[in-house]
Design a protein around this ligand. Structure first.
Ligand code: TXE
Length: 479
């Protein structure tokens, strides 16, 4: 399957004529090729985006809204095809792609289609002398770069608000999961999105991605990916005075107090630990359990973890599919080996899985639970981004807040308690951008989304996103 760049409403080979292999995680085998784009392709895309900008930004919001609803409908009509493609490209179970990834991509377009027509700004009367009004004008051409873990979900989470605000876009999906982005270009074209409004350039991060960050005419950048890459992007974009949104990694605490509803806490904690093979920046990878319920929670958690099925992502009964790449599998294996040297004890998992048949050379790894590590060892400080969690006992609220806040990250946290006062108090004390109390990944797209410290800069979602893709201008009129 050879996919092409989508620039100025046309599908094109990369200028270099070079392509990269696309590997299927479940089989470890090549199944397609993607453009190895470079600066020349990004420049072509930026020119197309600037040419399309005047008309798109001047289009009445209601017409932008209509086209975005057509795009949402276009994805919906091909939902099963998109789900199968996402599963094959990422390794996740097809059932998960069908109920989570693709429906959320559809919702992203519908939600921001309505934002386009609701978005407004403020005015300020200065006594009897003057009236100020704030214009929120589209920023211009936006660069959107997204990762491989939730490919279409996160790709559209940036593109939708950019288009809704009147920006045009140069977007690059991850080279590890490019197929649904290519399919999106087909849907956008069929929905009548004008040429050049959305341009999709495929390729490697250090080449095509870096070219987007460096491009002098792409001044607004929205990135989701690893913290290490986020640092590189910041270093490049800073001196160029670009407007930057960074959604990066996490090492999220999941805090279980003794008074929690244990059945719900255990069931949801298994989900927050292992959904999408643990490859979600919001996964609860450090589970803190109050000491007097530690053993009962641990035993129930292990039992439910062992019931999870790992294997061929095309088989509906499997809960976990393959990790994204051979390199990532080695990274996860490396961290489990490190855990043992740091004094950890593996309670379940810890082995690579060979499902046999067509998947015998795929990248499968057991859901793994480790105890006996202190809170500041590397395993409890660094993002593993795989199906690996640690269990850590605690005694007091103060102690668990200190440990939960004890990493360089600050993305999300989960708190399980039936004491509402404690829930609010702990949520206020946790240093992160998102706290779930007695739930996980319950999402309202109007809410601010993002992290603190090394989990990122800025917020996505709702008006946060619309304001990111627009520039505020105050106009003061003397009365
Ligand atoms: O992501 P990268 P990777 C974490 C997770 C993972 C680690 C690395 O810990 O193991 O990041 O994953 C593009 N200029 N998360 O390497 O490199 C790249 O092509 C511009 C958490 O896959 O961050 C891809 O499109 N772009 C994260 C995107 O950046 C560059 C989800 C992400 O790739 C670039 C994914 C550059 N110099 C990984 N280098 C989350 N927060 O959900 C790379 N890219």
């Amino acid at each position: 399957m050879k996919i092409l760049n989508y620039i100025n409403g046309k599908w094109e080979n990369p200028v270099s004529g070079l392509f990269i292999d696309n590997i299927e995680p479940a089989t470890g085998k090549k199944y397609g090729e993607i453009p190895d784009s470079d600066r020349a392709d990004v420049d072509h895309a930026a020119q197309a985006a600037w040419k399309a900008f005047p008309a798109w930004s001047a289009l009445p919001a209601g017409q932008r809204c209509d086209i975005m609803f057509k795009i949402a409908d276009g994805i919906e009509q091909r939902l099963d095809e998109f789900a199968a493609a996402e599963s094959r490209d990422n390794g996740k179970p097809v059932g998960l792609a069908r109920v989570m990834d693709i429906p959320r991509a559809i919702e992203n377009f519908k939600f921001f289609a309505t934002a386009a027509v609701q978005f407004s700004s403020e005015s300020h009367a200065t006594g009897q002398d003057a009236i100020n009004y704030t214009l929120r004008q589209p920023a211009g051409v936006a660069g959107c770069i997204s990762p491989w873990n939730l490919p279409l979900y996160l790709f559209t989470w940036k593109i939708a608000p950019a288009l809704a605000s009147g920006c045009t876009v140069v977007a690059k999906p991850s080279e590890l999961s490019p197929v649904t982005a290519f399919m999106l270009s087909e849907v956008c074209n069929a929905a009548g999105l004008p040429p050049g409004v959305l341009n999709i350039v495929h390729g490697l991060g250090h080449r095509a991605g870096q070219a987007i960050i460096e491009h002098p005419d792409i001044k607004t950048i929205s990135f989701t990916g690893g913290t290490v890459t986020g640092k590189k992007i910041s270093a490049t974009a800073g001196p160029l005075f670009k407007k930057l949104s960074l959604e990066l990694g996490g090492k999220n605490p999941n805090v279980i107090f003794a008074d929690a509803d244990m059945e719900k806490a255990v069931t949801t904690s298994v989900r927050s630990a292992f959904t999408n093979q643990g490859e979600i920046c919001l996964c609860g990878s450090r589970i803190f359990i109050q000491r007097n319920v530690y053993e009962s929670f641990r035993d129930a958690f292990i039992e439910k973890t062992r019931a999870l099925k790992i294997g061929d992502p095309t088989q509906e009964e499997n809960n976990l599919g393959a990790l994204i790449s051979a390199a990532h599998l080695e990274k996860v294996k490396g961290y489990v080996a490190l855990a043992l040297t740091e004094g950890g004890k593996i309670l379940t998992g810890g082995q690579q899985v060979n499902p046999g048949g067509r998947c015998s050379e795929g990248y499968f790894y057991e859901p793994t639970v480790i105890e006996g590590l202190n809170d500041n060892c590397r395993i409890n400080q660094e993002e593993i981004f795989g199906p690996v969690v640690t269990l850590i006992p605690f005694d007091t609220e103060e102690e668990v807040i200190r440990m939960a806040n004890g990493t360089n990250y600050g993305l999300s946290a989960t708190v399980w308690t039936e004491n509402i006062g404690r829930g609010h108090r702990v949520a206020a004390a946790l240093k992160c951008g998102i706290v779930w109390i007695n739930c996980w990944l319950l999402r309202d797209l109007r809410t601010p989304f993002g992290g603190t410290n090394q989990s990122g800069v800025g917020r996505e979602g709702g008006w946060e996103a619309m304001r990111f893709f627009t520039e505020a201008k105050n106009v003061c009129v003397k009365l």
